[in-house]
Design a protein around this ligand. Structure first.
Ligand code: GLU
Length: 464
């Protein structure tokens, strides 16, 4: 590759960072990092009515959470309007753009007539300058739009990084409006100027933009710009085969952060949605960067699989240091309005429970037994805290009141109680769990108990 690799993600700040955009960002970022190039963040905020600062903040927060660090930006299109106007002025002079004074009514009539003749509706070029052509007289009071003078012959071909060669005939392409009657440049045009000015070498984006690409290529050619490579990534589908949307659950990256997913897991899972490296399913950030050379991008759409994401997340949780897990748990409790801090005890709790959790939210659910009131279910109480077991629970409580508070001594106290009362562990342990932990199943009960303050255990066993 001779050209310096420069990629970008160009979200429109009309909402949170969608999973699909996050995946495109990830691919663009990984590709740039793989080649030692640059990754750029550009905010496409020309849809003023729908763009908000809050959405910009959310997008940036999501990028930070995923650690998709950008080398340049954020650039805002609304701050570049002068530049777009400058380029349009140059194109008008050079003849690659022209004023069109058609009124909306005229355009409607044009389309109607075309439809009536069984033709595809398109701009008929009435204001397009041609050698020797007499243009209509400029009407009074009609604000002009500016159109790009698209080539009429030939075709546009590019070798898509994902889809392979794509060819579109110029006959299919209208003379695109690049500036509206109020003088604001249009979306396709801003993208072109930005990709040109920012020297983007590879445009990786969703395949909902495939139809824009031949138009953008034509404008870039008219400007004498070097063309980027294009890669159009298929949509992410929901489990029912429709485009992934809110209907299928969370589609905002930050909702996953709140749900207790780890950025490493999101990164790993998102990367596998539409890209593969052999049979590798579990990998880290560095491996992704080492492998992501722009090949093996899938042509067919990937389907969102919540169970698989959970599997990846569980794997990441298992491999995490207890300290980091404890920080994550503090965050989860904060979201629930409970303030905790990372300490040795919390770290040990994480170590005891982490194997059973797909998310940090689940881990916090488990650890709730230590920090919140418990509510044993009536059926658990009825099934386990029986008349046979109650006396043993009472005498265990007495023993626990007066021993060293560690796992081994607690286990010994339980054994003594069992033998005194002629009971077996599967009778005593579930009853203890229901009363102290609020559920009938937990990891090894002695390890769970030692992390409680003794007083709380005694309190919960009172009146057993
Ligand atoms: N702003 C566009 C979007 O959010 C992206 C355009 C591009 O990547 O070229 O879909």
């Amino acid at each position: 590759m001779t050209r310096r690799v420069r990629t970008r993600i160009a979200p429109s700040p009309t909402g949170f960072l969608h999973l699909g955009t996050a995946r495109t960002a990830l691919f663009s970022w990984a590709f740039a990092r793989h080649h030692g190039g640059d990754f750029i963040l550009r905010i496409e905020d020309t849809d003023v009515a729908r763009s908000t600062q809050e959405a910009v903040d959310q997008i940036i927060a999501a990028m930070q959470w995923l650690e998709l660090d950008y080398d340049e930006g954020p650039f805002y299109q609304m701050k570049r309007l002068d530049r777009y106007r400058e380029v349009i002025a140059k194109m008008l002079v050079e003849g690659s753009a022209y004023h069109c004074y058609c009124t909306p009514e005229e355009l409607d009539a044009m389309r109607e007539a075309q439809r009536a003749r069984g033709e595809k509706p398109r701009y008929d070029g009435r204001w397009r300058p041609e050698p020797g052509k007499q243009l209509p007289e400029v009407p009074q009071g009609v604000p002009a739009v500016i159109r790009f003078r698209n080539p009429v012959d030939g075709e546009v071909t590019w070798n898509d990084m994902v889809k392979g060669p794509i060819t579109i005939s110029n006959r299919e392409l209208d003379d695109l409006i690049i500036s509206r009657p109020d003088g604001t440049p249009t979306y396709n045009f801003c993208v072109v100027v930005d990709d040109w000015d920012m020297q983007i070498s590879h445009v990786i984006r969703g395949d909902d933009h495939v139809n824009n690409t031949p138009r953008q290529i034509n404008i870039l050619r008219a400007l004498g710009a070097e063309l980027p490579e294009y890669g159009h990534v298929p949509m992410i589908l929901g489990p029912d085969g429709d485009k992934l949307s809110k209907r299928h659950g969370a589609v905002s990256v930050m909702q996953y952060e709140e749900g207790g997913y780890l950025p490493e897991a999101m990164l790993n899972y998102l990367a596998r949605l539409g890209w593969s490296h052999g049979d590798d399913e579990l990998f880290g950030r560095d491996q992704l960067v080492a492998w992501f050379d722009g090949h093996h991008l899938a042509r067919s759409p990937a389907q969102w699989d919540a169970a698989k994401l959970n599997w990846v997340n569980a794997h990441v949780i298992k491999g995490m240091p207890d300290e980091a897990l404890a920080s994550g748990v503090v965050r989860q409790f904060a979201l629930r309005g409970v303030s905790l801090s990372v300490d040795e005890r919390l770290k040990r709790m994480c170590a005891v429970f982490k194997d059973r959790c797909a998310t940090l939210a689940e881990l916090a659910d488990w650890l709730g037994m230590y920090f919140l009131d418990i509510k044993p279910r009536d059926e658990d109480l009825a099934a386990h805290v029986t008349a046979t077991v109650r006396p043993a629970l009472q005498s265990l409580r007495d023993r626990l009141a007066d021993i060293d508070w560690d796992k081994g001594t607690i286990a010994a106290a339980m054994k003594e109680t069992l033998s005194t009362h002629g009971l077996k562990m599967p009778q005593l342990a579930p009853a203890l769990r229901v009363l102290v932990c609020g559920r009938a199943q937990t990891p090894s009960i002695d390890a769970v108990l030692e992390l409680f303050p003794r007083e709380l255990v005694l309190l919960r066993l009172q009146g057993a």
